[in-house]
Design a protein around this ligand. Sequence first.
Ligand SMILES: [Fe+2]
Length: 239
Amino acid sequence: MNKAAKLGHNFTGAQMSPEDTRKMVEYVGERPADMPGDASALAQAREQMNREEGAVGSVPIPGSVKGMLKSTFDKLLGNSPELLIDKLGERLAFERTGVRLYEALIAKAGACATGSELIPTLKQIRDDEEAHMFLLIDALESLGADPTAQTPCADLAGVVGSGALKVITDPRTNLAQALNAMLTVELTDNAAWEMLIKLTDDGGHANIGSSFTHALTEEQRHLNTIRSLLARELGVSGH
Ligand SMILES: [Fe+2]
């Protein structure tokens, strides 16, 4: 596996062929797009559709509160219980994907000359992500929610994470490129845990919030580790 991208026959830049580029610009001038409207029409259409379209799925009603009045439900689970369940479901989906991402990263490190020494560190992080996943399962169950349900935000977390998943599982990417994708994941993870702790506290679930504090500390460690492993791979001084 290459440590860094190499110089090669990359023809994507316009400077590769100034004459062809000039002809292409000329052609676009002669034959503009035949679709009516411009960028403002597109923005307008998007705005209109955003107003008209429904939501991405729904939050399942916890089995334990089925048949209860909404007000009783709120009283039992705190303010905006749907939001809390949705966001807990999101973190659960993210941590589950995190386990798979680290497993893919471990395989990449194993294939790389400089990567094998990173494996114990990456395995530790993988295990932390798995433990966080179970922590979230417990939290959802304590609220009477079904941890196997895919909430709307869980669905969207999967869509957002699919880019990192593609980069890390692509056998052509090198370790630095995969670590770069993982840095995005860990930055998001840190911000999201902070937000979730505030949300649980605000919802009157301080016990859940305090059980998450340790997870946040571990996520901060993950972020620092990935940041310095990436710097090392890139040969950035001071690492
Ligand atoms: Fe993490």
